[in-house]
Ligand binder design. Structure first.
Ligand code: ZN
Ligand code: ZN
Length: 404
């Protein structure tokens, strides 16, 4: 089914400014150096490059450094000039980038993991380096001494991404099994807090709203979940708009919009000022909760009534278990986070008014198979990269302003 594109009013969209290529080698990660026309990239040729835009408008490397291994994750801290690169074999390299971005010096090597490092997070406030990887481990190092402070090894699947809140010292780690591990770090102890379970596919991206204490997760199950961590009520609102894995979720600087990017090459901007309802739990039943037809595993009733069992479906608004006949209606349901058409029971369908169908998102096709996206809010720029040999740089200044 074709994606429902109901672009809201507003004309500006991301404009492609520049492309940066690596002679056919895949670029695994790229980050902006905020406030500047500079970008750091990690390539499949084991390179780390720092690119600076020249007078002719093209990017050229000011640093080209060969590493002993392929880098997969990249974290840059502007204040300290520190660059952290997570490697395919599990080590993390710490580099110092000079202010003029012309020199990159290896400062330290952390033997943090035994398999590929997928996420690093550097906290300058605490001088901590947090990391996670395919070895299913979370590791915690001190960047002053280089020593390991602690770790966490209760994940059952490779760990993909990390977030850290420096106020509460909560760390959030997503894994490929769809779980999000939450733990609290203090001076030298780690306390597991909870595991957030809600996704049916691997967690691919996490972002944290420091002000409202909301955690956003993008998953291979094509959905995004907003976890209300600060609210302490355990509420979790789902967002459905992508037709493929959600590779990336990031917030605009005023946190009023959430940007997500997926395998479907759609950039989706979600209005975060909208009140959305939690998706109802799906009820479990052996028969349709409307017409009482037995579902196909309900042999007793099928036998007693000499009828054929039917398939179970669920109404997305009330969550009731219903048969096809009783749920042959579809509608968008933006207030429940559904931006594409979903199944509804006849009863719920009658309650949907035109105003309930107004979209709370804007969709843009980027035509770029990227898995990584970053926004430099200071300059209104966005970069995308990840599964091919090009980094694309977009002007999103008006786009972000118009939709904020
Ligand atoms: Zn029915
Ligand atoms: Zn219903």
């Amino acid at each position: 089914m074709a994606a429902q594109l109901r672009t809201k009013k507003g004309k500006s969209k991301p404009t492609l400014l520049n492309r940066l290529e690596l002679n056919g080698d895949i670029i695994f990660a790229a980050v902006f150096i905020p406030h500047e026309d500079s970008i750091i990239t990690l390539g499949a040729d084991k390179s780390i490059r720092v690119w600076v835009m020249r007078d002719n408008g093209k990017y050229w490397p000011s640093v080209f450094h060969h590493m002993p291994d392929v880098g997969h994750s990249l974290d840059f801290n502007k204040e300290s000039g520190k660059v952290f690169v997570g490697m395919a074999q599990g080590t993390i390299h710490e580099y110092d980038l000079s202010d003029d971005v012309n020199t990159l010096t290896l400062a330290r090597n952390y033997l943090a993991h035994t398999k590929r490092v997928n996420g690093t997070f550097f906290s300058l406030d605490y001088n901590w380096l947090l990391s996670c990887g395919n070895d299913k481990q979370f590791q915690w190092h001190c960047t002053k001494s280089g020593r390991r402070i602690g770790g966490y090894s209760a994940a059952k699947a490779p760990c993909t991404c990390l977030q850290f809140d420096s106020h509460s010292c909560y760390a959030f780690m997503g894994d490929r099994g769809g779980e999000i591990h939450v733990f609290k770090l203090s001076e030298n102890s780690l306390k597991p807090v909870t595991i957030l379970k809600g996704h049916s596919g691997g967690i691919l991206s996490l972002t944290w709203d420091e002000e409202r204490k909301l955690l956003f997760s993008g998953s291979a199950d094509q959905s995004i979940i907003i976890w209300d961590i600060g609210g302490q009520k355990g509420s979790a609102v789902e967002l459905h708009g992508h037709r493929g894995c959600v590779h990336n979720v990031s917030l605009t600087s005023n946190t009023k919009k959430l940007l997500s990017y997926g395998e479907d090459r759609m950039l989706v901007m979600w209005d975060m000022t909208v009140e959305r309802k939690e998706t109802p739990n799906w009820s479990q039943s052996d028969m349709c909760e409307k017409c009482a037809s037995p579902f196909f595993w309900n042999f007793k009733q099928m036998w007693d009534q000499k009828i054929v069992g039917v398939r179970q479906h669920h109404c997305r608004k009330c969550g009731r278990a219903v048969c096809q006949k009783c749920s042959d209606k579809v509608s968008v349901l933006p207030k429940f986070g559904y931006e594409h058409q979903v199944r509804l029971c006849q009863e719920c369908f009658l309650t949907i008014k035109e105003e309930d169908k107004v979209s709370t998102t804007a969709f843009y096709e980027l035509k770029h198979g990227a898995s990584h996206l970053q926004i430099d809010h200071s300059r209104g720029r966005m970069l995308t990269c990840g599964s091919d040999d090009v980094v694309m740089i977009w002007d999103v200044k008006e786009f972000l302003n118009e939709h904020s």
